[in-house]
Design a protein around this ligand. Structure first.
Ligand code: NCD
Ligand code: ZN
Length: 346
C-alpha cells in the first residue's frame, strides 16, 4: 500500500526571491508548494522603506504564474536611518509583516545593515509596542571571531542584550544552526521564535569540505558539526511550538557559486517538502511535520493556518530537478546527497 501524508498547506517563513529575471524564474517553485512566504529584503539596493516594499510586492505579484495561490509577506531591511514611524505605519496598513535585522557585512547584500545596535533602539521599541516581529540574521561579523562561532557569540553579545532592553519585542532567530541557539530558544519565552532551513537539517560541515570543496552546500550561517545538526533535527521534530520552517532558499547562478569567491546561498525551494518528509520520517516524527511546516509559523505570527492541504507520497527516490534556467544563468537545486523517497502529489 502506498504511504501518503496530508498536511495543511505549508508556508515558508524565510525566503529570497530576488528580482527581475531571477524572480520570474524562481517564484513558481515556491508558489507551487507554499501559500505564503516571508520575503527577504536584501535586494540591491535593499527594501528599506514602505514605498520600496509596496513596489517589490507588486513586482512579485506581477511575476506570479496564472492562477497561483501565493501571498508574499513583505519585510523591511533595517538600517541605522530607518524611521520608526514609517515601519509602524507600513505594518498597520498590512503592507509589511516583519522587519529584518542584518548585522552589516554578515551575509549576501548586507552592506547597508546595522553596525551600532544602539542607533536602532527607537525602532525596536516602536516595534515592541506595535507587536511587529524582528527577524534576525544572528551572526556577529567581527573578523577575529571564527566563522563557526559567530552565531553563538551573537546570541550572547547582541541578541540577549537587545531582548533584555526591549521587553515585549517579538524576535525570530532565523536559520539557526547550533545547539546553542536551540537551547536559547527553548528558554526564551513566548516572544522568541526560530526558523530552521531544510539544508541545515540534512547537511553538516563535512558535506561542504570533505573530498573537495562543494560550493552548492555553502550558505550563511555556514553548516556546523554533526552534533549541531542533530540538535536541530531534535528540536524541529520534537513538537516544540516556537520553531518553524524558513527554507532560506537563496538562488545564485551556477557561475556565481562555482568561482574563486563563491556566493553564500542554497536553492532548496523545489525539493524542500520531500526533503523534510524524509527528515521527519527518519526521526520517527512524520506526524509532526505539519506543526513545523504549516502550523507553528502562523501561530507565532498571529495568523490562521492555510485552509488548503498538501499531500506527499512515498515511493521511488526523488530525482533532483535539473538546474533551473533563469535569464541570469542556471541555478543548481539543493541535492541532499542521499535518497529522498517522498514527493509532493497534490
Ligand atoms: C542569503 C542570500 O543569498 O541572500 N544567503 C545565504 O547563504 N543564506 C542571505 C542570508 O540569508 O544570509
Ligand atoms: Zn536568508
Amino acid at each position: 500500500m502506498t504511504q501518503t501524508l496530508t498536511l495543511r498547506r505549508p508556508d515558508d517563513w524565510h525566503l529570497h526571491l530576488r528580482d527581475g529575471a531571477m524572480l520570474k524564474a524562481v517564484l513558481p517553485d515556491t508558489a507551487r508548494d507554499f501559500a505564503r512566504a516571508i520575503i527577504m529584503p536584501n535586494l540591491v539596493p535593499p527594501v528599506v522603506t514602505a514605498a520600496d516594499a509596496a513596489a517589490y510586492r507588486d513586482r512579485i505579484r506581477a511575476a506570479l504564474p496564472e492562477g497561483a495561490d501565493f501571498t508574499p509577506l513583505m519585510t523591511l531591511y533595517l538600517t541605522e536611518t530607518t524611521d520608526p514611524a514609517d515601519v509602524v505605519a507600513a505594518h498597520a496598513e498590512g503592507l509589511v509583516t516583519a522587519v529584518k535585522l542584518y548585522p552589516a557585512g554578515a551575509t549576501t547584500n548586507s552592506d547597508s545593515g546595522v553596525r551600532d545596535m544602539r542607533k536602532v533602539q527607537p525602532v525596536f521599541e516602536a516595534m515592541a509596542e506595535a507587536g511587529i516581529p524582528l527577524c534576525v540574521h544572528g551572526e556577529v561579523t567581527r573578523p577575529e571571531i571564527d566563522i563557526f562561532d559567530r552565531e553563538a557569540v551573537f546570541i550572547e553579545e547582541v541578541l540577549d542584550p537587545i531582548r533584555t532592553r526591549t521587553p515585549g519585542l517579538r524576535v525570530v532567530m532565523e536559520h539557526i544552526t547550533t545547539a546553542d541557539a536551540c537551547a536559547y530558544l527553548r528558554d526564551g519565552g513566548e516572544t522568541l521564535g526560530a526558523t530552521i532551513t531544510t539544508h541545515h537539517l540534512m547537511i553538516n560541515r563535512n558535506h561542504i569540505l570533505v573530498g573537495g570543496i562543494r560550493p552548492h552546500y555553502y550558505c550563511l550561517p555556514v553548516a556546523k558539526r554533526e552534533r549541531h545538526r542533530e540538535a536541530l533535527v531534535d528540536l524541529a521534530t520534537s513538537g516544540f511550538d516556537r520553531v518553524f520552517l524558513g527554507t532560506d532558499s537563496a538562488p545564485h547562478t551556477q557561475a556565481n557559486k562555482e568561482t574563486a569567491c563563491g556566493c553564500a546561498g542554497i536553492y532548496s525551494a523545489p525539493v524542500t517538502m520531500p526533503c523534510l518528509a524524509q527528515v521527519f520520517e527518519d526521526a520517527g516524527a512524520l506526524d509532526r511535520l505539519e506543526a513545523f511546516a504549516s502550523l507553528n509559523g502562523p501561530a507565532f505570527y498571529g495568523m490562521a493556518p492555510n485552509a488548503g492541504t498538501m499531500t506527499l507520497e512515498k515511493g521511488e527516490p526523488l530525482e533532483i530537478p535539473a538546474p533551473l534556467a533563469t535569464g541570469d544563468g542556471p541555478v543548481i537545486v539543493f541535492d541532499p546527497g542521499r535518497p529522498v523517497l517522498w514527493r509532493v502529489v497534490g
